[in-house]
Design a protein around this ligand. Structure first.
Ligand code: TRH
Length: 363
């Protein structure tokens, strides 16, 4: 029987924003808390982790936090030992010295390249593919998160949906339409604010600090809160990771972006609108379409057109006002649909479990 792969090293280079570290931190926490693994998280930018995990001390190169050893990844890290499993997040390229140490181990470690989430069908074909190192006796495996059993699944803590349901049971229904707005500063925020200002009923829109608030300030000036007709637009602080889940559960409609908040909105089981991370030559629109193909498959033609219309409007800036009207009108249906969608996704193994099992099978 294979020995337990106890020690895991996760390497994360922060490209921008919070998604790279958000995914790695969430994975590290789950491997430690649910799978009993000893995890070191190597990250090159501690300040990006701080808003998600306020107990991090950005002045410390090494520290323990929530059972994880967090290490600042600098050019010259000392390699005392390597993990039994090494997760190279998003092709961040391991330090050459570390790679050498991996190759020198008698029992070779399991080396994973964790890829970005995409619903595109080709990713299922590439999931688990092996790539031998050109000169060292090491093999790297490509691990693709995704929406089907043929992929590596989605990050989901074991307790998440029960906690969510408990929260739904205990929390009073809001007395107005509540929206959270997490987006890039390129989103057509002006058109959305205008549409909210026309709402016949009361709306509260929560806007986290950072790019979303900057986008709103660029439209409305000042520092808020703002009142537009019956819509109250309210700045809120950027919250620690688990508090953000509760905001998603609370709101009737969530605007999310990137990767991790996009997944969390799906677990919330509420209607959501996704701003995808923009790529050159509009490659992201293909990715967006691939997600919509899967996600809308259980809707009738009219509902699917409404959903597609809203996602496209939000990502292209065209036709936001009418897309929003249609979307809000179908909100009850989308709430029911998303609750089922989350349940369906949750019937597959979560990504951390899938990764543990995948690695165990490779030794
Ligand atoms: O921040 P993002 O846009 O991140 C990324 C990066 O840009 C990355 O380079 C890119 O490749 C990727 O998107 C696709 O969006 P994301 O992935 O949703 O990450 C945001 C994280 O911040 C997520 O873990 C949720 C968390 N969060 C909080 O913890 N508190 C908050 O208040 C909010 C608004 C978010």
């Amino acid at each position: 029987m294979a020995t337990m792969q106890l020690h895991w090293d996760i390497f994360c280079r922060v490209i921008d924003n919070y998604g790279d570290i958000g995914v790695c931190w969430r994975l590290a926490r789950q491997l430690s808390a649910e799978h009993g693994r000893k995890v070191r998280l190597w990250v090159d930018d501690l300040t990006s982790l701080l808003p998600l995990c306020p107990s991090v001390d950005t002045t410390k190169a090494v520290q323990a936090c929530q059972g994880i050893d967090i290490c600042l990844w600098t050019e010259n890290i000392a390699v005392d030992r390597t993990g039994d499993v090494i997760v190279e997040a998003f092709a961040c390229e391991l330090p050459p010295k570390y790679l050498q140490a991996m190759a020198e181990r008698a029992e070779k470690p399991c080396w994973i390249n964790l890829e970005y989430l995409t619903a595109e069908p080709w990713a299922e074909g590439c999931h688990g593919m092996a790539s031998p190192h050109p000169s060292l006796p090491l093999t790297k495996y490509f691990f693709f998160p995704g929406f089907s059993a043929k992929s590596g699944g989605l990050l989901r803590e074991a307790r998440l949906l029960n906690e969510r349901d408990q929260w739904f049971t205990e929390s009073p229904a809001p007395n107005c339409l509540e929206i959270s707005l997490f987006c890039y500063d390129t989103a057509p925020v002006g058109a959305l604010l205008h549409a909210l200002g026309q709402s016949p009923t009361a709306v509260t829109c929560y806007v986290p600090h950072g790019k979303p608030l900057a986008a709103v300030v660029a439209q409305l000036g000042g520092c808020g809160p703002w009142q537009l007709g019956k819509a109250h637009i309210k700045p809120i602080p950027f919250m620690p990771l688990d508090d953000y889940d509760r905001l998603l559960w609370r709101c009737d409609i969530n605007f999310v972006r990137g990767e991790d908040s996009f997944v969390r909105a799906q677990w919330a089981g509420k209607p959501f609108v996704w701003q995808i991370y923009s790529q050159d030559e509009e490659a992201h629109l293909v990715k967006l379409d691939a997600f919509l193909d899967r996600y809308c498959a259980g809707m009738d033609a009219g509902q699917a057109a409404t959903m597609r219309g809203m996602f496209l409007a939000w990502n292209t800036g065209n036709g936001v006002a009418s897309a929003w009207q249609d979307f809000v009108a179908d909100r009850d249906f989308f709430t029911r649909y998303n609750r089922d969608w989350a349940a369906r996704l949750a019937s597959a193994p979560d990504m951390a479990t899938a990764l543990v099992n995948f690695c165990a099978a490779k030794v």
